[in-house]
Design a protein around this ligand. Sequence first.
Ligand SMILES: Cc1ncc(C[n+]2csc(CCOP(=O)(O)OP(=O)(O)O)c2C)c(N)n1
Ligand SMILES: [Mg+2]
Length: 440
Amino acid sequence: MKIASSDPKGPAYITGAREVLAEKTEQPYRINANMHKAIGPAALPQDAVETIVESLVKAQTPLIITGYSGRIHACPEQLVKLAEAIPGLRILDTGGCHICFPADHPSYVGFRLSFEEVTTKADVILVLDCDVPWIPSRNPPREDAKIYFVDVDPLNASIGFSFLPANGRWKADGYTAMAQLNRHLSSTPKLQNTLKDEIYKHRWENLQKIYSAKVESLSKLSTPATNGSLDIHHVGFAIKTAVPKDTIFVVEAATCAMSLSDQIQANVPAIWINSGGAGLGWSGGAALGVKLAHNASGAPKFICQVVGDGCFLFSEPSSVYWIASRYNIPVLTIVLNNKGWNAPRRSHDLVHPKGLGATVINKEMHISLDPSPDYGGIAKAAAGSTFGATGEGLFTGKARTADELKLLLEQAVASVKSGKGALIEAVLAVDEKGDSLIQK
Ligand SMILES: Cc1ncc(C[n+]2csc(CCOP(=O)(O)OP(=O)(O)O)c2C)c(N)n1
Ligand SMILES: [Mg+2]
């Protein structure tokens, strides 16, 4: 397996016929890497630049929906520039992999999977590097919405069936395309004149109000329950408070991911990395890889993996913690114990709201992990009696209350900083259907 560096970038299987591979070469074979560089980024044609910019400027409720444009770390800055140049333009992040827009910006709708209702209100939508911008049966765009689609791979050529109806679609690099839109906007006097209209000022003020209300509501949600028991909002807040400011989050948190992102409020590209695929179990190995990559770049970072209990079990923890210990790769893991697989319950209820499954508890649906395995114990056993060169085993702990979590997080962060990996299990207060018992 190799990592493709031309778009669509990512892991690629390379196959070679056995007979050819077994042949002897006559002389040493060399490849000149300079002659094998990745394909350069593709730009938008000028008429597309003009069409998209004019539509966004003239729209009443313009929206950009994106999923993985943040993979190019310079792209969020271009989106911010565009959102500030066209007041009222909002950005919805569907959480493809990297964060695509700073969470503390008033134009950010947030990281929401594809059922956010702003999609149904927009009159112009630019979909940028995104595979599932909405779900047609839940939050379809307006019939009269103009939709433009810019993606490195708009046809998803390697996927059996994938098609997004749109008024225009272009294959282009997200950063290059957004920089083109910004250049055209700032150098076109007619559009600049239009943007002087009072309406844009009002729209900007309105976004500030929406943003202030959001900050207030997230702050309320972040408080612990009166009896101290835990929900994802408080756990997210506690993690954010405990870890270093420039922590990189490696996230595989399934149904907890959106609330977690609300509290983590990632505002720098690439500090939030989500699995880009559907097969669970990615984050254990990924967290170690992210740690090694930062070490290799010469700028080591604190890595915090946040993982659902189901995903943790999928992640081959016996290999992950043995490798972490054997090769001395300390990261902090937070396991979110909500007693099992919440996502299949949600999927079931979306598709069969009145089905038989809606009447039974998670144990009867066989999606429960209750009683729970000893998550910390599994990791500790795999890491062995000495983590790396520290002479001590992995640091582990289990928190059921806000006070326990605070204390354990402090100790775990100190442990990881001293070179020894750590795992904290956060036990969320949920009922037998996986719903939070905490009402806020
Ligand atoms: C390898 C693999 N198996 C099964 C699934 C289907 N699946 C999607 S989400 C999920 C449950 C994940 O559980 P957990 O990590 O506890 O998160 P929660 O749903 O509780 O938020 C499952 C089984 C999958 N995506 N990948
Ligand atoms: Mg779970």
